[in-house]
Every structure is written in structure tokens, then in C-alpha cells.
Design a protein around this ligand. Structure first.
Ligand code: AMP
Length: 293
């Protein structure tokens, strides 16, 4: 696996590869790779001939009060893991390479970013959209693989690809979980033993809401309350939000309708560690919304 630090060199290699007719896939990451990341690389390898894993902790998507400095990093093991998972190239620019002095341009995706992570982390999605556009420009991919784990980010990247006319196929890979349901995340390593135990409540809350919906519940606030109830089982969990919304638009009608695709979104603090998780489900057909009243 070749390791590239410069944007210019990355683009030259990608362009040369493209000219041979090969398909390029990019897997953007912030490193400290775990099985979830590796499953994205595996997926990329199935779909493309040349897989570029990018490893860049993007300062622009962290607010000043967030954990940019403390974000876990381990370049040595990341590069071994990425290679073993099938990555052909590790693109690892530093912050100055990505944001040269004098750089003032940002990409802002509006609308879909107004609530949930966008509201709780102002500027976060500008940072995400900007870095993703720059990574696309550097790696010239035919395919980009992102995880459903960051659900709102998927919607942002979809819009970005469409609005900026990138000729890139977006592949969304499922969330990999620990045995008790906790979604794998680089931040899990910060959890104390007690918080690690409580952390499975995020998954259980999503499951409770999914079951309530499968049983016919269509009232949004009741679905939200089902998630809150489960999360409140651990006093140490501070809920940032636990909400059901329409999966494509993130709109929040009072009552969902049969056939609606729903996303259940949770963000919560366990100690100082902020975790996010989500699940997709569909309001069953054949039940009347009036039954929900
Ligand atoms: P990150 O390094 O956290 O920015 O994540 C890089 C990519 O890996 C993003 O597309 C994430 O959605 C994805 N990812 C993170 N955690 C998981 C997981 N548990 N399962 C699958 N994909 C994940």
C-alpha cells in the first residue's frame, strides 16, 4: 500500500490510474481505524479496482470546544489495518496541506444541515462538506463509501455530489456494532467501564422505537418518548436528542404515514464522550394513521 501526503501527488496517481480505465473508490476516515472502517474498505475493494483510504482528522469539522486535539490517532496501526483490509493507497495529508495559509473557501450544504448534528454542532457540516469536496478533488473517485453510522452526513454528501455535479456513486455501508449493540466508534475508547455498560442503551432505545413502529405507532412524539425512556435508564446518560424523522428530508411531522421511511437519530453524552447512533425503519402499510390517535 502506497502512502501519499501531498494533494498534487495524490491527484497525479489517481489521474494516471483512471487513464488505464480502472475504477477508483475512496473511503474517507479520520483514522484510529476499527472494524467499522475496515468493512467500508472491504466494500470499496469489492466495487472498485483501486481503493484509496483517506486518513485526515479534519480541524474544520470540530468546534473550538470539541475534541480535535484529543481525537485518537494511531498512524502506525491504521496503515497496517488499511493495507490488510485491501486498501491500495493511504492518503494522509496534514492540516497545512489541506488548508494552506490563506485558504478561505468553504462548502456549505444548506437545508438538511439545519437540525440535529447541524444544530448541535454549528459549522460541523461546513467542515465536512468542505473536506469531502477537497478529498474528492484530490482522489478523483468513481465511488465513495461512507457509513450509515453518520446518517446526516450521508444526506449531506448526497446533496454535495448532486449539487456540485460530481460523477461519483455513493455507497452507504451498514453500521458495525459490538455484541451488545454499541456502534463501533473511535470515540468508544474514552468510555469508562460504567459508561461502556450504559452505552448499549443507545442501541436498545433504537430497537424499542423500531418495535413500537412495527406495532403500529405513528405518533412522532410518542416514538421519541420511547427512546427517551430507555436512555433514562442510566442516570449518567445526557440526551442531546433522540428523535424520529422522515429519512430523506429529516422533516418531523406530528404523525407519520404508512409507507414513510423513518430515521431514528440519537446523540447522547456518556461522561464527556458524545456518541451518535441511528436506525432506519418504515411505517408499516395497512394500518390507519387514525389508529395512532
Ligand atoms: P470517521 O473516521 O469516524 O469519520 O468515520 C469514517 C467513516 O467510517 C464514515 O463514513 C463513518 O460513517 C464510517 N463508520 C464509523 N463508524 C462505523 C461503524 N461502526 N460501522 C460502519 N461504518 C462506520
Amino acid at each position: 500500500m502506497v502512502v501519499i501526503n501531498s494533494i498534487k501527488e495524490m491527484r497525479q496517481i489517481a489521474a494516471a490510474y483512471k487513464s488505464t480505465g480502472g475504477k477508483i473508490a475512496v473511503v474517507p476516515t479520520m483514522g484510529f481505524l476499527h472494524q467499522g472502517h475496515l468493512s467500508l474498505i472491504n466494500k470499496a475493494k469489492e466495487e472498485a479496482d483501486f481503493v484509496i483510504t483517506s486518513l485526515f482528522v479534519n480541524p474544520r469539522q470540530f468546534a473550538p470546544n470539541e475534541d480535535y486535539d484529543k481525537y485518537p490517532r494511531n498512524m502506525g496501526s491504521d496503515s497496517e489495518l488499511a493495507a490488510a483490509a485491501g486498501s491500495d493507497c493511504l492518503f494522509n495529508p496534514n492540516a497545512l496541506e489541506m488548508y494552506a495559509i490563506g485558504n478561505t473557501t468553504k462548502v456549505a450544504v444548506e437545508g438538511i444541515t439545519a437540525k440535529f448534528e447541524g444544530a448541535k454542532r454549528p459549522g460541523h457540516f461546513d467542515g465536512v462538506a468542505t473536506v469531502v469536496a477537497k478529498l474528492f478533488n484530490a482522489t478523483l473517485p468513481d465511488i465513495a463509501v461512507f457509513g450509515q453510522k453518520d446518517y446526516q452526513q450521508i444526506l449531506v454528501v448526497k446533496r454535495l455530489i448532486e449539487d456540485l455535479n460530481y460523477d461519483i456513486e455513493l455507497i452507504v455501508a451498514p453500521t458495525l456494532r459490538q455484541a451488545d449493540g454499541l456502534a463501533m466508534s473511535s470515540r468508544n475508547k474514552y468510555l469508562s467501564d460504567t459508561d461502556r455498560q450504559s452505552s448499549s442503551l443507545l442501541f436498545l432505545a433504537l430497537e424499542d422505537a423500531r418495535k413500537a413502529i412495527a406495532a403500529g405507532m405513528m405518533q412522532r412524539k410518542v416514538i421519541n418518548a420511547v427512546m427517551h425512556k430507555r436512555l433514562r435508564q442510566a442516570a449518567s446518560i445526557k440526551i442531546d436528542y433522540a428523535c424520529a424523522a422522515l429519512a430523506n428530508s429529516l422533516h418531523e411531522p406530528d404523525i407519520f404515514l404508512p409507507g414513510d421511511d423513518i430515521v431514528l437519530l440519537i446523540a447522547a453524552y456518556l461522561g464527556k464522550t458524545r456518541l451518535i447512533d441511528n436506525a432506519l425503519t418504515t411505517i408499516p402499510k395497512g394500518k390507519s394513521p387514525l389508529a395512532a390517535l
